[in-house]
Design a protein around this ligand. Structure first.
Ligand SMILES: Nc1nc2c(ncn2[C@@H]2O[C@H](COP(=O)(O)OP(=O)(O)OP(=O)(O)O)[C@@H](O)[C@H]2O)c(=O)[nH]1
Ligand SMILES: [Mg+2]
Length: 367
């Protein structure tokens, strides 16, 4: 009996090789997963190794043609049906993606780039598959084409909101909420300064952050420098009066106290303030330097204040934005602004899909 070994990316391909080489009566003696070297030694890939023989030894039970006619007791058939449905469901949910050897060799370096940017493995595989499906076969060897296709794939995960639009003479109310220290107050100051200086509008500020002694002073300092009215609301009951006290403004920007996503009571309190303010938009401010789990929990916990947009801050400080990408992709809320430094009013820009994708992929620098 001659035995031979075949390797391929999938079981189907390996069996096709066996059939081609040994014909339909080949016998499969063994199959196993092995790790194969890839292009330029970059990365490794699971491969299927099949050992097959031309003549069946007496004790080999299942030869290839026999598989098709193998009849199972009916209860096994039913259980197999359930198992099949379960695998399909898990596959649809992406839960077994990591088991699939589904990345073309040419795109392994792309996959490695994503992992380096701290994109979670399952998402990285999905993005690479997206690239593999869209790119023309003769383009897959061209780094430029792969790079552009990858950016397109990342862009498709990034919902973008238009910048705040203000109609002179009508009053728009916008609140910024978020975890502690992410840059809410600084971002309020940047927005206010830009609307006043660049667009000639009349913004006013409200703060509900009376919990820290320095918090009101921080915003008051900005209000004085930019020359804007400022009102303080100490309780939800004072909120309406505070907004009205600003007089004839086009845009009311509400700065709120940083809340730990774990502190549900404080987040509810914030919701009470906003219920009175009835803002037109609530932007959840997230720092790009935060880890994926913290970001995810902030998105979940601040849902009670009806945050409908995201502002991404500290892009200048962040390394490895893959976690941010994963969270944004699932948060179901578009991104309105990006901030890129401490300077008021300069370090803010309306979110741009191509720019953000390039930043995430390290294809572009912040400044
Ligand atoms: N590098 C960098 N620093 C920023 C950015 N935005 C804000 N900061 C800094 O982050 C720190 C905290 O900013 P704040 O605006 O006080 O943050 P906050 O969310 O209002 O904080 P709390 O009110 O305490 O919850 C300050 O030192 C800011 O200068 C940014 O885009 N990049
Ligand atoms: Mg603040």
């Amino acid at each position: 009996m001659t035995t031979k070994t075949y390797r391929a990316g999938t079981m189907k391909e390996a069996l096709a090789q066996v059939r081609r080489d040994l014909g339909g009566h080949a016998v499969i003696l063994n199959t196993r997963e092995v790790r194969g070297r890839r292009l330029f030694g970059l990365g490794r890939r699971e491969m299927i190794e099949v050992t097959a023989a031309r003549d069946a030894p007496a004790d080999v039970a299942i030869a290839m043609p026999a598989v098709a006619t193998l009849s199972l007791p009916s209860q096994f058939g039913e259980q197999l049906g359930h198992l099949h449905a379960m695998v399909e469901r898990l596959s649809r949910q992406g839960a077994i993606d990591h088991l699939l050897p589904d990345i073309p060799g040419e795109l392994v370096p792309t996959y490695a780039t994503l992992l380096e940017a701290e994109v979670p493995e399952i998402l990285a595989r999905r993005l690479v598959r997206h690239v593999a499906e869209r790119i023309e076969p003769d383009e897959i060897h061209k780094p430029e084409a792969v790079r552009d296709a990858l950016r397109d794939a990342v862009e498709s995960c990034l919902p973008i909101a238009p910048p705040i639009s203000v109609v002179p003479g009508t009053r728009k109310v916008v609140a910024l909420v978020g975890p502690t220290g992410v840059g809410k107050t600084t971002t309020v100051a940047k927005l206010a300064a830009n609307f006043k200086l660049a667009h000639g509008l009349r913004p006013g500020l409200v703060t509900v952050d009376t919990f820290r002694i320095a918090a009101v002073e921080q915003l008051r300092t900005y209000a004085e420098i930019i020359d804007l009215p400022l009102a303080v609301a100490n309780s939800p009951a004072e909120m309406r009066k505070a907004i009205d006290s600003l007089g004839d403004v086009d845009l009311v920007l509400i700065d709120t106290a940083g809340r730990s996503p774990r502190d549900e009571v404080k987040i509810r309190e914030l919701a009470d303030f906003l219920a009175v303010a009835r803002p037109d938009e609530v932007h959840l401010v997230l720092s790009a330097t935060s880890g994926e789990r913290s970001l995810r929990s902030a998105v979940e916990r601040f849902a009670v204040v009806r945050a409908d947009r995201l502002i991404l801050t500290k892009l200048d400080e962040a390394e490895g934005l893959g976690g941010v990408l994963a969270v944004i992709g699932q948060a179901n809320r578009p991104i309105s602004y990006l901030t890129t430094g401490q300077a008021v009013p300069d370090d803010i820009e309306p979110a741009d899909r191509t720019r953000l994708a390039a930043l995430i992929l390290g294809q572009e620098a912040v400044v």
